[in-house]
Design a protein around this ligand. Structure first.
Ligand code: UTP
Length: 225
């Protein structure tokens, strides 16, 4: 299989880099890469948000702030490259075609952000579409997709299987609420729909066993194309 992993910055670097987790996920990715082609996109998380907030004090320029966010995602990507050692291509990839080339070299391409105006969720969905990946695995700080916001509704139910149309609906609803967010952003959900990409959304605990996750052993949500 060809598999793209979308690892949220908030999972990799919650307050400071989670060295234990980064090491564990690198170990799992190396194991998976023995039998599969693997590419990874890394997010910016809290650090990116803090830098963007600080920049707001000086500039109203949204695109400029996006560039700051992109830099942070790439710093996080470098951490994963360090943990993967020889198995990773030593530069953060900025172009989907280069990611394809690196896969041909039997190395793991690691990407962060690419262009202003979206998040790394969208990057990973586009990468999966470009590479014609068999699977996209999203690792996020919620352990799957819920029927309502689990942080606000204690009775929220986790959905083990949804259609991509449902994912788009949930993502759009999340973004239309003030300060709202969803497990995958709406643009990424649209790209997953367009690319007809089979997607698994899991939390940090499942991500410690990514080798099992790709075989279907996890407690997250499967999105059917
Ligand atoms: P993230 O992808 O990390 O956003 O990008 P996030 O939704 O906060 O994700 P988590 O917490 O890591 O899961 C951080 C910021 O970097 C800019 C955007 O401003 C985004 O909010 N960015 C990122 C881009 O402009 N383009 C990209 O391709 C990626």
């Amino acid at each position: 299989m060809r598999i793209v992993f979308d690892v949220g910055g908030s999972v990799l670097v919650p307050d400071e880099p989670d060295v234990d987790f980064i090491g564990k996920i690198a170990y799992e990715l190396i194991k998976i890469s023995e039998d599969h082609e693997v590419a990874v996109v890394v997010g910016g998380g809290k650090v990116a948000r803090e830098y963007i907030r600080a920049a707001k004090s000086f500039s109203p320029n949204e695109t400029f702030k996006d560039y700051i966010g992109i830099h942070i995602t790439r710093a996080n990507a470098m951490l994963l490259i360090a943990a993967l050692g020889e198995k990773a291509y030593p530069f953060v990839i900025q172009d989907f075609r280069k990611a394809w080339e690196v896969i041909q070299l039997k190395k793991i391409p690691i990407m962060g952000g690419t262009h202003p105006g979206h998040t790394t969720d969208a990057v990973s969905a586009l990468l999966a579409e470009y590479l014609q990946a068999d699977l996209l695995v999203v690792v996020t700080n919620v352990d799957g997709v819920y029927d309502s916001d689990p942080r606000k509704n204690p009775n929220a139910r986790k959905l083990s299987r949804i259609t991509v149309d449902q994912l788009v609906g949930i993502a759009m609803e999340g973004e239309s609420r003030a300060g709202g967010s969803s497990v995958v952003d709406a643009l990424a959900a649209k790209f997953i729909q367009r690319g007809r990409i089979k997607t698994i959304i899991v939390g940090k605990e499942d991500a410690r066993h990514l080798f099992d996750v790709i075989k279907g052993k996890h407690s997250g949500t499967v999105v059917e194309p």
